[in-house]
Design a protein around this ligand. Structure first.
Ligand code: ADP
Ligand code: MG
Length: 232
């Protein structure tokens, strides 16, 4: 069985419809989408040894089936540069999570490489009652929150659909390198869209999917945060 099938089956058996970030990232990696390197730890000491394996700087995040929006819970601390900072962040994240939701189940802490900032992209999937899974593409931050500058296509996506979606958003010029910025890797963004389309076609059990953000670089992309919600 594929890793994706295994993770989905396992979550549903446990009565969970929300996949943890490590589970979601393992699934999308199987569909060819680059993600941050990651490890899971369940003590401050383990967090340090995992951080050392990944290499500093690192990011720590809460892993809890009861906390969907991690930063709302004080559950994301970025740019940690040494063992002391990692230990302190570990304890702080657990403390914040307990304050935020005293009965939250905590599976540990997720440790990942601190990725250099790229152009922030959002890729999502929502299900339309009539047309089925639709893929969304947009620029992150204010572009999606304030300007709603996004494009949609019903899955499955062809290469051409992915290309059209990227060109359609009003913010497209930002991806081509304005004001001396380097352009984003459009081919890698297209591959990401097509990979997500294939994933949601393979697994109708996926109800919602949200890659927010994906960082786009001149050479490649990297998924920074992934969330998958399953059908009940
Ligand atoms: P949330 O569940 O709140 O959406 P995220 O995983 O998206 O949590 O983290 C919040 C923000 O922290 C991201 O939007 C990004 O700006 C930053 N961030 C998270 N992980 C990383 C990382 N590995 N490298 C660099 N920045 C990160
Ligand atoms: Mg996020």
């Amino acid at each position: 069985m594929s890793k994706a099938a295994d993770i989905i089956k396992n979550a549903l058996n446990e009565g969970r419809t929300f996949l943890l970030e490590n589970e979601s990232k393992t699934i999308i990696a199987e569909y060819g989408i680059p993600t941050t390197v990651f490890e899971v730890a369940s003590s401050p000491e383990e967090a340090v040894s995992k951080a050392e394996k990944i290499g500093y700087p690192v990011v720590l995040k809460i892993l809890s089936p009861d906390i969907i929006h991690k930063s709302d819970a004080g559950g994301v601390i970025t740019n940690l540069k040494n063992a002391d900072e990692v230990k302190e962040a570990y304890n702080k994240i657990i403390e914040n999570a307990k304050k935020y939701k005293p009965d939250a189940k905590i599976n540990g802490v997720f440790i990942q490489e601190f990725a250099p900032l790229g152009i922030e992209i959002i890729i999502g999937m929502v299900k339309d009652p009539q047309f089925g899974p639709a893929i969304m593409f947009g620029l992150g931050g204010i572009f999606v929150e304030v300007l709603k500058d996004v494009s949609f296509r019903v899955a499955p996506l062809t290469d051409k659909d992915a290309d059209d979606m990227i060109h359609e958003i009003k913010g497209y010029p930002l991806l081509t390198g304005i004001r001396g910025q380097k352009p984003a890797d459009i081919e890698a963004l297209k591959k990401t869209l097509v990979g997500i389309s294939k994933l949601v076609m393979d697994f109708p059990q996926i109800k919602e999917l949200d890659l927010n953000p994906v960082f786009a670089y001149p050479d490649g992309v990297k998924c920074i945060d992934a969330r998958i919600i399953l059908e009940k």
